[in-house]
Write a protein that binds this ligand. Sequence first.
Ligand code: F6R
Length: 269
Amino acid sequence: MEVLIFPDAQSLARKSADLVESQIKTFPDSVIGLATGSTPLGLYEELIRRYNEHDLSFAGVKTFNLDEYVGIPANHPQSYRTFMDDNLFSKINIESSNTQVPDGMAGNPLDVGPAYEKMIEKAGGIDLQVLGVGTDGHIGFNEPTSSLGSITRVKTLTKQTIEDNSRFFKPDEFQPKLAITMGIKTILDARRILLLAHGENKAEAVKDMVEGPLSAMCPASALQLHQRTTILIDEPAASKLSLKGYYKFVGEMQDDLVRKHRPSDWISR
Ligand code: F6R
């Protein structure tokens, strides 16, 4: 697990966009796993800027989103499909048919997971997965005690996640308590993972993820098992890490090594 610490959320967004951009420029048909929420917004803004100002093309890219609420239609303002359309897909040159978000309105939500797994497999697997982390350590909607071997399925959200996300729903509006999410195994199967976190409210989850024991109580700690995960965090999110100085030192050493020997070392495939 590589931990990169940035002075602020803007520099973190730029670095994560550098990594996604290199992936896509090296493999224009890359399969990218995407997250919603406030965390990746800076990354998406950067990608849109690079699409407009540079020659970054998404024409061959396929995407799979991590999760979707059960029980609200795709065109609902709070659906993750709407979030992705509004914050990324409608602003870049990606084919809508190349973007997948689990179907939260399927007649039988239990059928969605296995079908989603098959679609990912048919696309050749995920090259690069972008993640955020919940304050309770969830990734996707894999809440604490999720099986570390889980695949895409329906999950019940915790009270904490429902509360964290209630800010997006009006007080009298139906707020979903169930979601369809890629599983932890689905995530770990990605060839390369970037987890982004900023803000002090993520510091505890970041500590548990990076330095805590591998435990289903902190689903993000499963990333310790992945060979090519980079954690990109800002100073406030890094504030509870006990080996913070070491991660910075590793970053400097790796920078030198990679610059010298393998400038494209991080790219998957
Ligand atoms: C959303 C997702 C979630 C979020 C997490 C953090 O697709 O996968 O795991 O990444 O809830 O949310 P924010 O970024 O809003 O703090």
